[in-house]
Design a protein around this ligand. Structure first.
Ligand code: DAH
Length: 350
């Protein structure tokens, strides 16, 4: 083996032993660098004759090209190895089972509202929604509760800036304003019939939603839910209220083993008025009277504010607490649990 073949051979070995691109660059410098072996050989040409230069130069060049080829091959091999290692390290096992995405569900109070809407819907009641920021007029005055009425003090609420008695100025303290809003809309829709002296179709509606009061303990929250009910017609009586509400309670709690009591009470917007209590005859709550709603025959002043003649139209209203109903149905003893947003509590209802 001549001296140049030996040089190419040792370059190949040197490159082969380089384990990283940095090692390879160092090995390259030994052979192809400024003061590397090939450069040294080139410098040696200076002392030769022209013919000798040609011959010797050609073989040195061949050796140089062979070394460069070996270098490039090794570079490629190292790059391939690096890519392989990276691919292995970042490998995705597409056959692995996916991570289960958390599945949401309805809030227990929403479940109750759905039940309420379903049951009253089956009895021919519409469902109406109204604003939570309400005006003095709808929340109080139209409901026969003028400004100086003592009943207002039981409904301490949050007032918003910029309102007036007729423009939105407070967070509604109950869903009762929806009685007026819905009735007025209904009356306007049947204006032609009324003007012709005919009887309009009955108003039969429930209005569920959020309500607000300055109140907070285990059974009261500053934000809570109510569901209003209203049935107005030419001949709707307290008897109808009893039938409808009894039916509702028995369906809601899935129990015929349940009795109702209409306990005389006072609300400015009904006369006579009654609290509705229920009593389970069996189960953990058996024997206790539990208040679930306020109710009564709609006061003539309220009927008038609906745009109707109280001599011709009569009916009943009720307002119940879906939060309370949810507590009774599921045996929850602290109302605040519903609004803390603790997933461990809420997930039990899915
Ligand atoms: N709005 C009343 C309250 O929040 C509840 C109520 C009582 C509603 C009697 C009614 C009713 O519709 O007739 O305390």
């Amino acid at each position: 083996m001549n001296e140049l073949d030996a040089l190419v051979d040792s370059a190949r070995q040197g490159f082969e032993q380089a384990a990283t691109p940095a090692d390879l660059e160092n090995a390259k410098a030994v052979f192809l660098g400024k003061s590397g072996r090939i450069t040294e050989l080139m410098k040696g040409l200076a002392s030769l004759s022209i013919d000798e230069k040609k011959a010797r130069g050609a073989v040195i060049n061949q050796a140089k090209q062979a070394i460069e080829a070996a270098l490039n091959a090794r570079r490629q091999a190292l790059a391939d190895a690096e890519l392989d290692a990276q691919l292995k390290a970042e490998a995705l096992d597409v056959t692995l089972a996916g991570r289960q995405a958390g599945q949401g569900g309805l809030h227990p109070v929403s479940l109750t509202l759905e039940r309420i809407e379903g049951i009253f819907g089956s009895m021919g009641f519409d469902v109406a929604q109204g604003p939570e920021i309400e005006s003095d007029w709808f929340n109080f005055t139209a409901l026969n509760t003028p400004e100086d009425h003592p009943a207002r003090s039981m409904h301490d609420t949050f007032y918003v800036e910029g309102g007036t008695a007729t423009a939105p100025n407070l967070l509604r303290t109950h869903t009762s304003p929806m009685q007026i809003r819905h009735a007025v809309q209904h009356v306007n829709a049947h204006r032609a019939l009324l003007d012709a002296g005919e009887t309009m179709p009955e108003i039969r509606v429930i209005a569920p939603g959020r309500t607000y009061r300055v109140d907070s303990d285990a059974t009261h929250s500053p934000m809570f839910h109510q569901c209003e009910g209203l049935w107005i017609g030419a001949n709707v009586s307290f008897k109808d209220l009893k039938v409808v509400f009894t039916d509702f309670c028995r369906t809601f709690f899935e129990s015929d083993d349940l009795v109702l009591r209409f306990r005389p009470s006072f609300f400015p917007f009904t006369e006579p008025s009654a609290e509705i209590d229920i009593q389970f005859q069996s189960g953990p709550l058996a024997g206790r009277w539990l208040e679930v709603a306020g109710s009564g025959q709609v006061h003539p002043n309220v009927v008038r504010n609906m745009g109707l003649d109280p001599e011709k139209y009569i009916g009943f209203a009720f307002g119940m607490g879906p939060d309370r109903l949810t507590m009774l149905r599921y045996g929850v003893n602290d109302l605040r649990l519903f609004f803390d947003g603790d997933i461990r509590f809420l997930s039990q209802f899915q």
